[in-house]
Design a protein around this ligand. Structure first.
Ligand code: CA
Length: 421
């Protein structure tokens, strides 16, 4: 749900790992747009006059979609072009971080301590929410912590204004038109007022940064006051809405997101792909165990995840990992949510470190990596700078053919090897 302020900005910076802005359902931007995302201030060249003309043209469509004409007119009568929002939308793909740099801030000691305090403060409501939706309260709190620092940064932009600006801007017109329509419906339903309908610059709203369409599909009035209020100081509706969202996407209560594992010498790294799922007891026979050598409990089918390559921490990840990806598909985000929840629960830090000497590939290098892999016969299917499972698998196949450890990690070493072909 995202796009935002504060910590949210850190998420936006994850372009490398995946989704640009963290909104559930935010689709990846088309590659050609990514490439043009470097543009400077002149990219945001719209005017309020043109925006208002667009708003007038869009009115028929909104009315066809069930928005009341009076609601529409009042909501957008003073809309003004926001160049800053357009610039941020265009430039966010430029930032990248390694997973370890991200985790340092996302799961800092302060965030863990604040999470424990937040859990204690809202424990009654969170326990009820856990019973209602079957989603562990620590997971809900961890998302709250990452999305808004437990409600500290909920955004200050008018969502109507930002969504209208971005819909008119047109780079991702369809997505933002849908968000604008959803925001209008929120207003029409009376869940909040026009002046309180605020969020991040990208439209992510409230304690857990729901985009308007996610609000429409998943927000609940948990405290029963007749309004789904995710914006106010009381976080209960927002926390329940987040649990409802995760339940809808298939959360399994009692199953971990993932468990840190150690990988035995001689392990076949070609097996470390998300599409290959086995029970932990079977993984144990292949050399994947808890640090210390005992098998991970059979919570369900799991895949081996190596978000920092063979030299970083390794995990068995379960179907709940994929559920968290519905919030944000970046591995770093999902690992952060899961680990923050574990730490709030009192569990220990990861045993294994990260290859901190490696730097993240730049945007241009990631594009080059995908192009070189594809032309060398290791199709990444997309040239979008996102190091998703398809690119990781392509790297792995290339590494295997080169006779090096196929961990799938997009390192400079891999790129150099491709350049030397
Ligand atoms: Ca309520």
């Amino acid at each position: 749900m995202r796009g935002r302020i504060g910590l949210s900005v850190a998420l936006v910076c994850l372009g490398t790992f995946a989704i640009a802005q963290k909104a559930p359902d935010v689709s990846a931007r088309p590659p050609e747009r990514l490439v043009s995302a470097v543009s400077g201030d002149d990219a945001a060249s719209g005017t309020t006059g043109e925006l208002r003309a667009w708003v007038a043209r869009f009115r028929d469509r909104a009315l066809q979609e069930g928005v009341d004409g009076a609601v529409y007119d009042r909501a957008l009568q003073d809309v003004a072009y926001d160049a800053q929002v357009v610039r941020r939308d265009r430039n966010q793909a430029e930032f990248t971080k390694t997973i370890w740099d991200y985790l340092d801030t996302a799961v800092s000691d302060v965030r863990i301590a604040n999470g424990k305090a937040a859990l204690q403060k809202w424990n009654g409501a969170l326990s009820q929410i856990e019973e209602t939706y079957g989603v562990e309260k620590e997971i809900v709190v961890a998302i709250w912590g990452l999305e808004s620092a437990y409600g500290t940064f909920r955004g200050q932009n008018s969502v109507l204004n930002s969504m209208a600006t971005l819909a008119y801007d047109g780079r991702r017109a369809e997505f933002f038109e849908d968000q604008l329509l959803a925001a209008l419906r929120i207003l029409q339903a009376g869940d909040t007022t026009k002046s309180d309908l605020i969020g991040s610059w990208a439209g992510a709203m409230g304690h857990t940064q729901f985009m308007p369409t996610s609000f429409q599909d998943h927000a609940v009035d948990y405290d029963g006051d007749g309004k789904r209020d995710i914006w106010g100081d009381d976080p209960v509706d927002a926390l329940a809405s987040t649990a409802a969202y995760l339940k809808h996407h298939g959360w399994t209560r009692g199953q971990p997101w993932g468990i840190e594992v150690q990988i035995a010498d001689g392990f076949d790294y070609m097996l470390a792909r998300r599409s290959l799922r086995k029970m932990p007891s079977e993984w144990a026979t292949l050399g994947v165990t808890r640090p210390g050598g005992t098998a991970v409990k059979d919570y369900g089918l799991a895949s081996v995840l190596l978000p920092g390559g063979a030299d970083g921490a390794a995990f068995l990840v379960f179907s709940n990992f994929a559920v968290l990806e519905s919030y944000n598909t970046a591995d770093a985000y999902v690992v952060a949510v899961g680990h923050l929840a574990d730490r709030i629960k009192g569990r220990s830090a990861f045993e294994h470190g990260w290859p901190r000497h490696l730097r993240v590939l730049t945007f241009d290098e990631r594009i080059e990596l995908q192009k070189r892999l594809t032309s060398a016969g290791y199709d990444t299917e997309k040239i979008d700078a996102k190091m998703g499972p398809l690119t990781v698998d392509a790297i792995r196949r290339f590494q295997a053919d080169q006779g090096v450890l196929p961990d799938g990690y997009p390192s400079l070493k891999v790129l150099d090897r491709l350049r030397a072909l």
